[in-house]
Design a protein around this ligand. Structure first.
Ligand SMILES: Nc1ncnc2c1ncn2[C@@H]1O[C@H](COP(=O)(O)OP(=O)(O)O)[C@@H](O)[C@H]1O
Ligand SMILES: [Mg+2]
Length: 284
């Protein structure tokens, strides 16, 4: 569905490339994530994929045509949720959604239903200028779904939302996947990447470091650690070892035989641990 080969981009005002030779493919029906810290180039990559930045080098093929030559038709088939969504502040949320719906030649969803889904129905007739950042984010998200697009680009959709609203959006994203949509999601949140994405690209300084499933990534670096405690001579002792080395941990083995183990925890690496190991950078 998406085939990106060796893409680079320099903003006219910049001295260096912001995107530096990125290649990846996205299959139909998958949620593909870009995980990386602020400034990595995630939003820039989204602007290239959505046809906003056309001065890139390399090839970006979506629906089998080069996105540099996109036509108006492209916007009928994609939904875009921007990192900082723009609306007409003097108009209400309902008026905004009705206006954006009118730009599509295909059928569109009922704006009131979408507003209800994200808990904005009571604010539907408030001017967007009076909306909080989180309310605008939720409005931006449902706007991207108005025309039931088969390909969705979501730029940090849950960033800055409270946990309850983030949960609603994540459920709606998974529901879109169930409907067979293809989704490109950018985030700096490892939990979102892990929960939502089929595959994740680690992106730093305009380069992709690795692409794999969150599961495979978490198992790719070093051993899982095991922390255990046991009572010995009336005292509580605690130790930590690699899971693969547990058979050689004599204190663990004797505690196991003697029934004196009091706790055992496996401590798997988080996606951020792996991110740091592979890129040398933190996510925040
Ligand atoms: N319009 C622009 N002109 C010049 N540089 C830009 C522009 N937009 C973003 N950048 C720079 O490109 C880099 C990547 O930004 P961005 O794609 O927004 O990263 P992310 O979304 O991962 O935080 C940053 O160094 C940013 O300052
Ligand atoms: Mg961004």
């Amino acid at each position: 569905m998406i085939d990106v080969q060796d893409v680079s981009l320099r903003y006219p005002s910049a001295k260096e490339d912001t995107i530096r030779g990125i290649s990846f493919e996205v299959r139909e029906g998958e949620i593909f994530g870009f995980l990386g810290p602020s400034g990595a180039g995630k939003s820039t990559m989204q602007r290239i994929l959505t046809g906003t930045l056309r001065d890139y080098r390399g090839s970006v093929r979506i629906f089998e045509s080069e996105i540099r030559h996109r036509t108006r038709w492209y916007y009928e088939s994609i939904g875009v949720d921007f990192e900082f969504p723009n609306f007409y502040g003097k108009f209400t949320a309902m008026e905004n959604l009705k206006y954006f719906a009118s730009l599509y030649s295909c059928g569109t969803a009922d704006p009131s239903e979408l507003l209800e889904r994200v808990g904005l129905h009571l604010d539907a007739h408030k001017k967007v200028a009076n909306y909080s950042k989180g309310m605008k984010m939720r409005l931006g998200f449902v706007r991207s779904l108005l025309h039931d697009p088969k390909l969705l680009f979501l730029d940090e959709p849950t960033s800055g939302l409270d946990p309850a609203n983030a949960r609603i959006l994540k459920d709606m994203i998974l529901e879109q996947k169930q409907l067979g949509k293809t989704i490109i999601l950018t985030t700096h949140n490892m939990h979102d990447a892990e929960e939502l994405c089929d595959r994740v690209a680690f992106i730093v300084d305009g380069r992709i470091k690795v692409v794999d499933t969150p599961h495979a990534l978490r198992r790719s670096q070093a051993d899982t650690k095991v922390e255990y405690s046991f009572s010995y001579n009336g005292k509580e002792s605690r130790n930590i070892t690699a899971l693969s080395d547990l058979a050689n941990a004599h204190d663990f083995q004797s505690a196991l035989k003697e029934g004196t183990l009091t706790s055992i925890h496996s401590k798997e690496q988080t996606l951020e641990d792996v991110f740091i190991a592979l890129t040398g950078r933190r996510l925040q």
